[in-house]
Design a protein around this ligand. Sequence first.
Ligand code: SF4
Ligand code: FES
Length: 386
Amino acid sequence: MTAPLDTSAPASKPRPAPPIALLAELTHRCPLACPYCSNPLILTNAAEELTTFEWTDVFQQAADLGVLHLHLSGGEPAVRRDLVALAQNASERGLYTNLITSGIGLTERRVRELADAGLDHVQLSIQGVRPADADRYAGYEGGYDRKMTVAGWLADAGLPLTVNAVCHKQNMGDIGAMLELAIRLGARRIEIATVQFHGWAEKNRQSLMPTRAQVIETNAIVAAARARLKGTLVIDYVPADHHSRFPKACMGGWGSSGLNVTPSGRLLPCHAAETIPHLTFENVRDTPLAAIWYDSAAFNAYRGDDWMQEPCRSCSRKPIDHGGCRCQAMALAGDAAATDPVCVYSPLHATLADAAETDGNAKPGAFVYRGRPAVERTTAAARMVA
Ligand code: SF4
Ligand code: FES
């Protein structure tokens, strides 16, 4: 006789799907000093970075786990002398490999080698449409001209290009010109991302936060450009969430489709996850990638919706935005399981919106750059990648 089913026992949770994408933060070293840098406030030293062998082991484990897209990122990944070898290794493992770069540290020869190694795609950051402004936003003198040269090499090598353009108070009025520049450079796609106030950006809040009027105008420009440029340029757009009514579906939901590996090998569900103090993140040097993805407490902390509080718990939008961004909830509400304060249903929404409007209307001051002043950084960076 079969024992009756114990309906009081909690149903076992379905196993999460494997990740689609892995962002490999090869290094935190970077010649630029963008005032909105999303890397942690405390950076990883070169000596702590995973070795070539350790990264290739990560790539193999990722391919075995089912990852399809690999993003080689940083900091500036071109700072790694083994970049071509890493790209080749990833390509040989069948990963669609994308390089996310400022272009600084690439040479014509290196671009050709990357193409020959099987690199599939490049995302090139461009900070502005005028050299002096772009260099000021990047904290790197001469950067704009170098990026234009690098874009030419990428086109010559036949590498598909996406332009990454972070927009903020000071350059939002140039979005139309940025779209034209992307087309001139041969890009098939542009990512226009309004600055996110994680990490270093918070130090430059009043110099970066757009006004609500700017955001409304930019939304309209992007909508019109999407229709006008259909078939010519794909436009991905991340609007300014502090001026929005509903939050973004950060990472498509925690631990749902992507993961980050830090330069020293810690696995994170998103780039800012280490700002959630009660979570512990495991390292691929100690634990297999699959075990961390499926079983670690950190990856399971905010999967699904069991962790949600009201108003998210009973909200019809929860399958759309998953309650917003956990790191933003931690930073602004002091509780990573709270409703993202961007949401109009959050008790903190009005305070957040008022602060955004106040900072949006503030006169921009001088940027606070990471590390040394920009002019010194240029010299140091040239040494670093020489
Ligand atoms: Fe999204 Fe939660 Fe706001 Fe609903 S209450 S819209 S689920 S953040
Ligand atoms: Fe961490 Fe949004 S940045 S969940």
